[in-house]
Design a protein. Structure first.
Length: 367
C-alpha cells in the first residue's frame, strides 16, 4: 500500500502530470531530495512509470463507502423470538461499497476502493481479501487501534433478512478532508460509485467536487435521506421500493405510481433511476425511456447482497455503453446469480454468466 505522503504526491501528479519536484516540495513543505525519494518509491511500486510521471492506471471505477465483516445466522427452520435454534453461521467480507467493488472485480473491472479499515484481525482479513481480488485499496484509510466495522444479521428460512445490527462507527473517520486528498484519483475514474453509509458531509463533498458520473446506492430508508438534497448532482441512483418512497413521498402500488416516483427523481436532475424490486425484478427510467424487467429464474438460497450485486452490474453495463433496458436487465441477471449463494457475493458471478442470463431472457448485449 502507498503511504499517505506517497498518495498525496500521486494525487498532485494526477491533477497536473507536468508538476515539478520543486513544486511538489513547496506544496508538501519537504525538501526536493525527499520528493525524489517518494517519486522513486512510487516508481518501484508501479504507481508511475518513468521520469515523465506516466501514470500506470488502466481505466477503473472508483468506489467509496463502507467495508465490514458480515456475520450471518441461517436457522434450520422458522426463527422464534427468545429461542435458540440449530442452523449455520457464516463469516464473510461485506459492506455495501466493498461488495460492489468485489462484484465489479468479478465482472472484469479494475476497481479502486476508498474505505476505512480498523487495526485488528478482521481488517487483516478484509485487506487480504481485497488484494486477492485485485481490488486497489491504496487510497483507503487504516485507523491505528480502530475496530473494523461489523454487520450481524439473522435470516429466515426463506433466506430473507429478519434482523440486523451494524457497528460502523469507524466510517466516521472518512471525512471531506480525507476525500479531498483523494479527489484526483476519483476524478480520473470512469465513474464513481458511492454508498450512503458515509456521512452526509462526505456525500455533499463528493456531489460538489466529483467531475465524473456519480452513481449512488441508497442502502436503506434512513440512510437514503442523506442524498435527498443531492439527487440533482447524481448521474444514477439505485434505491429499492421503500427507499424511493422515502425520497419522493410517493406510495408505490402499481406501475403508474412507480413511474411517478421515478419522474420526481428525474425532475430533480438525476439522469437515470433504477429501482430494485426484489423478487419482482427492477424498474428503470431516464429522460427518454422507461423499462420494467421481471426477475430471472434462480435457485434462491439467500437474498443478502443482491442489491449490491445489482448496483455493480448496472455500473458495469453503463461503462460498456449498454442501453437502459440492457443495463436494467444486467442488474436483474446479476442479482439472480447472487441469490444462488449463501455468500454475500457469489463467486460464480462473471460477465459471461450475466450476458448468458440476459440472452436467455431475450436481452442481447450490443457491445
Amino acid at each position: 500500500m502507498l503511504t499517505d505522503r506517497e498518495q498525496q504526491i500521486l494525487n498532485w501528479i494526477r491533477i497536473n502530470p507536468s508538476i515539478t519536484q520543486k513544486e511538489i516540495a513547496e506544496r508538501a513543505h519537504i525538501s526536493r531530495s525527499s520528493v525524489a525519494v517518494h517519486i522513486s518509491n512510487l516508481t518501484k511500486k508501479g504507481a508511475i512509470l518513468g521520469r515523465r510521471y506516466v501514470l500506470a492506471d488502466k481505466p477503473y471505477i472508483a468506489v467509496v463507502g463502507g467495508t465490514n465483516m458480515d456475520l450471518a445466522g441461517h436457522p434450520a427452520y422458522a426463527p422464534r423470538a427468545h429461542d435458540t435454534m440449530p442452523g449455520t453461521v457464516t463469516v464473510s467480507a461485506g459492506g455495501t461499497a466493498r461488495n460492489i467493488a468485489h462484484n465489479l472485480a468479478l465482472l472484469g473491472c479494475n476497481v479502486k476502493l476508498i474505505t476505512v479499515f480498523g487495526d485488528d484481525i478482521r481488517a487483516t482479513e478484509l485487506v487480504n481479501d481485497c488484494r486477492k481480488l485485485n481490488i486497489d485499496i491504496d487510497n483507503s484509510i487504516t485507523i491505528p487501534g480502530g475496530i473494523t466495522s461489523t454487520h450481524l444479521f439473522i435470516m429466515d428460512e426463506q433466506g430473507d433478512m429478519t434482523l440486523a445490527i451494524s457497528d460502523m462507527k469507524i466510517l466516521d473517520q472518512l471525512t471531506p478532508e480525507a476525500l479531498e486528498s483523494r479527489l484526483g484519483v476519483i476524478n480520473h475514474a470512469q465513474v464513481c460509485v458511492v454508498d450512503t453509509n458515509i456521512s452526509i458531509e462526505c456525500l455533499a463533498y463528493l456531489a460538489d467536487h466529483v467531475r465524473v458520473p456519480l452513481y449512488c446506492d441508497t442502502v436503506s430508508t434512513s440512510k437514503a435521506l442523506k442524498v435527498k438534497g443531492l439527487i440533482g448532482k447524481l448521474d444514477t441512483i439505485k434505491p429499492n421500493q421503500l427507499e424511493v418512497e422515502t425520497l419522493t413521498g410517493v406510495h408505490i402500488t402499481d406501475d403508474r405510481s412507480m413511474k411517478l416516483a421515478a419522474k420526481k427523481l428525474l425532475d430533480q436532475g438525476v439522469k437515470r433511476v433504477v429501482i430494485s424490486l426484489g423478487a419482482r425484478g427492477a424498474y428503470a427510467a431516464d429522460r427518454n425511456n422507461v423499462v420494467r424487467i421481471p426477475s430471472f429464474a434462480s435457485n434462491i438460497v439467500s437474498t443478502t447482497g443482491a442489491g449490491d450485486t445489482m448496483m455493480a452490474a448496472i455500473t458495469w453495463a453503463q461503462t460498456r455503453g449498454e442501453s437502459l433496458a440492457n443495463t436494467c436487465a444486467a442488474g436483474v441477471a446479476a442479482a439472480a446469480i447472487c441469490t444462488e449463494s449463501y455468500s454475500t457475493v457469489n463467486p460464480a458471478l462473471s460477465a459471461d454468466n450475466v450476458l448468458s442470463r440476459m440472452a436467455a431472457a431475450g436481452y442481447d448485449s450490443q457491445q
